[in-house]
Structure formats: structure tokens, C-alpha cells
Design a protein around this ligand. Structure first.
Ligand code: UD1
Length: 348
């Protein structure tokens, strides 16, 4: 049985599908602060299998410890956490409490239950301002905001833990920019309020909920002047979790980039989205966004060499799948009438 923290979220729902499809059993834990467990009912429909759900916060060590023991969990995939950069500047302590303290409590519960295999969701944000591109795992770390620092501190903590006790096996996954949705259009990203990230924003313009995209700067040193990022299909990202889990045979911490290695500009994303959706996506050029870098993309060769994993889905497919989800669910999971596949529900 695999415990998935943050299991009801965007990444969590897609990782659930990957695990269930691989024949593994899943208990998802989520405090539902930024997610909706309707996503997990839909996961069950996609996979034709059920999973268990526990409504609990990772800071509740007793609840997590009970779940680990009751469900005979053998490994944990830890995705729960807060992730908005702007909010982390305004409320750093909330970020440290949820992300760092939450992880410490989770690790303590795992130790008590003798579960010492963990996959952790980190972010390419730990690299900070790129000194060179593409970013390989040896690139120096220097996060530039509290959110990024929580990921960095957790990574360091996990490495120290592995050094102190050879029973721990830890995968640290540095995500680049996850976008897209499951091809069924049943699960996808459901941001609360106005999206901060590019692709959800573009999707809401295409569906008519927002008027136009503000392109944050067109004077970067890039071919078209707009920012370049490594967008990765969330289904490819999810399969990376399964691969790393299968490769955690050796003690210690394994740190891996999950990216495509290909950079796409903001304007390329807008044009591709227009092409696959058949909708127009009006935009205007605005000021640069504070804290943004010109370009950021992965060197994914270590993942391929070590895990045999690489992304296979193109930007067009990311946009097409994101559009299918957005157009079928213009209001996300809110008002979802999908109650055919009831979850096995427990409150921690
Ligand atoms: C952001 C976070 C990063 C986090 C990631 C999660 C910042 C500075 N970084 O990455 O820490 O891990 O999300 O997915 O917030 N853009 C526009 N208009 C918009 C929104 C974005 O032009 O309305 C541009 C940005 O300037 C950037 C690109 O689109 O060049 C991608 O932005 P975004 O989707 O927010 O991702 P990141 O900033 O790379």
C-alpha cells in the first residue's frame, strides 16, 4: 500500500492514476485546503479500481501514524504542501509550518511505523537563478523566495536523514513546469481564484472566463523576448514517480530532475493553445514579473540514465489535454455532480 500525501491535488490525482494503473494500492491523505476529493472519485472511474482516502493534515502525526499502521503502508509519496510564490513572500511562516514542519511530522510518523521509503515532490525552483542551462542536478542551489526555501530545507533534511540511517531510501523529484491533464478530461488542475501560472491562465482566457493574458515581459534575452520554461505533461511527471519508486532499491537519497529538456516561450504556449483549442487567446504585453528568470529548462539525462524515464508528450499534447479538461469542466470540480464512485472515506 502506498500513502500519497496531497493525493487529491493536481499532481496527486495524476500520480494516483499511475499507481492504480500499475496495480498498486493507494491511500490518499489530504487536508483539502486547496483541493477537492471529487478528483479521487474521478480517479476511480478512470482506473476502474478504488482507493482509500483519509481527510487529515500531515501535521497531525498521530493520524498519519495510524494510517501507516492500519493500511500496512510500505512507501510514501509526499506531495502535500503550499506552492504559491507570492503568498509565500507575504506569509512565510505559514509556508514553513505547512511544508517544513509538516514534513518533519510526516517523517516522525514514518519512523514510528518503520516505513522508510519516501518520494518527495521538490521543485526546480531550488536552483534559483540559473548559472548555466540546461539545469542538471549538480547545479548550485539558491532559491529566491520562501516557498523555494521550504523545498530546499526539506531536501537538505532528507539528505541528512539518509546519512544518519541507512534504512532510508528517498527520491527527491525536482519538477519543472507541470501542465496538461489526463487524456480523459476528468481530472486536471483546478486553481482557486485567478491562476498565477501561465497555462491555467491561458486556458481560462480560451474558455472565456478571463479576458486576456498578460505576457510578463517581452524584453528578455530569448528568441522572441518572452520567458522560456520547461513545460512537462503531468501524466509524464506522474509516471516519473512510479519509476523512482521502483528504483529506490539502494539506501540514500536520489535527486532527479523531472523535465523535458525543451524550453518553450510564453508566446509559443499561447499560439499552441490557440491552435489546439480553435479559440483565440488575446494577450497584451505587460511588465516583467518580479523574481522571474529569462529561461529555465532541465537537463533530463540523469533521469533517463538512472530511471529509464523520459517525457514523451509534446507541448501540443499538453495544451490539447489541458483544453479538454478546461472545456469539459469550466468551473473545475466545483459543483461536480460526479458521485457514482464513492470513496472509502476516513477522517484522521
Ligand atoms: C512558478 C513559480 C515556481 C513554481 C511553479 C509551479 C514563480 C516565480 N515561480 O514557476 O516557483 O514551482 O510556478 O508550476 O512564480 N507568465 C506570463 N503571464 C502570466 C503568468 C506567467 O507571461 O499570467 C510567464 C512568466 O513570466 C514565465 C512563464 O509565463 O515566464 C511561466 O510562468 P509560471 O507558469 O507562473 O511558472 P514559473 O514562473 O516558471
Amino acid at each position: 500500500m502506498i500513502l500519497l500525501t496531497g493525493g487529491a491535488g493536481y499532481i496527486g490525482s495524476h500520480v494516483s492514476v499511475a499507481l492504480l494503473d500499475a496495480g498498486l494500492d493507494v491511500i490518499a491523505v489530504d487536508n483539502l485546503s486547496n483541493s477537492n476529493n471529487a478528483s479521487l472519485e474521478r480517479v476511480q472511474s478512470i482506473c476502474g479500481r478504488s482507493l482509500a482516502f483519509c481527510h487529515a493534515d500531515i501535521r497531525n502525526e498521530e493520524a498519519i501514524c495510524n494510517v501507516l499502521r492500519d493500511y500496512e503502508v510500505t512507501a510514501v509519496i509526499h506531495l502535500a504542501g503550499l506552492k504559491a510564490v507570492g503568498e509565500s513572500n507575504a506569509e512565510p511562516m505559514t509556508y514553513y509550518e505547512n511544508n517544513v514542519l509538516g514534513t518533519m511530522r510526516l517523517l516522525s510518523a514514518m519512523k514510528r511505523a518503520s516505513v522508510k521509503t519516501l518520494v518527495f515532490s521538490s521543485s526546480a525552483t531550488v536552483y534559483g537563478i540559473p548559472a548555466y542551462l540546461p539545469l542538471d542536478e549538480k547545479h548550485p542551489l539558491g532559491p529566491t523566495n520562501p516557498y523555494g526555501r521550504t523545498k530546499f530545507f526539506i531536501e537538505e533534511m532528507l539528505k541528512d536523514l539518509c546519512k544518519s540511517d541507512p534504512d532510508w531510501r528517498v527520491g527527491i523529484l525536482r519538477y519543472f513546469n507541470p501542465v496538461g491533464a489526463h487524456e480523459s478530461g476528468l481530472i486536471g488542475e483546478d486553481p482557486v481564484g485567478i491562476p498565477n501560472n501561465l497555462v491555467p491562465f491561458v486556458a481560462q482566457v480560451a474558455v472565456g472566463k478571463l479576458e486576456k493574458v498578460r505576457v510578463c515581459g517581452n524584453d528578455y534575452d530569448t528568441p522572441d523576448g518572452t520567458g522560456i520554461r520547461d513545460f512537462i505533461h503531468v501524466v509524464d511527471l506522474a509516471s516519473g514517480h512510479l519509476c523512482v519508486l521502483n528504483h529506490l532499491k539502494q539506501p540514500g537519497a536520489l535527486t532527479v530532475n523531472l523535465g523535458t529538456g525543451i524550453g518553450h516561450s510564453v508566446l509559443e504556449v499561447i499560439q499552441t493553445f490557440e491552435a489546439v483549442s480553435g479559440r483565440s487567446v488575446p494577450y497584451e504585453i505587460g511588465e516583467r514579473r518580479t523574481g522571474d528568470v529569462a529561461a529555465c529548462y532541465a537537463d533530463p539525462t540523469f533521469a533517463e540514465k538512472t530511471l529509464g524515464w523520459k517525457s514523451v508528450r509534446s507541448l501540443a499534447q499538453m495544451c490539447a489535454d489541458h483544453w479538454r479538461w478546461q472545456s469539459k469542466n469550466p468551473d473545475g470540480y466545483r459543483g461536480a455532480q460526479y458521485q457514482t464512485n464513492k470513496l472509502k472515506f476516513r477522517v484522521g
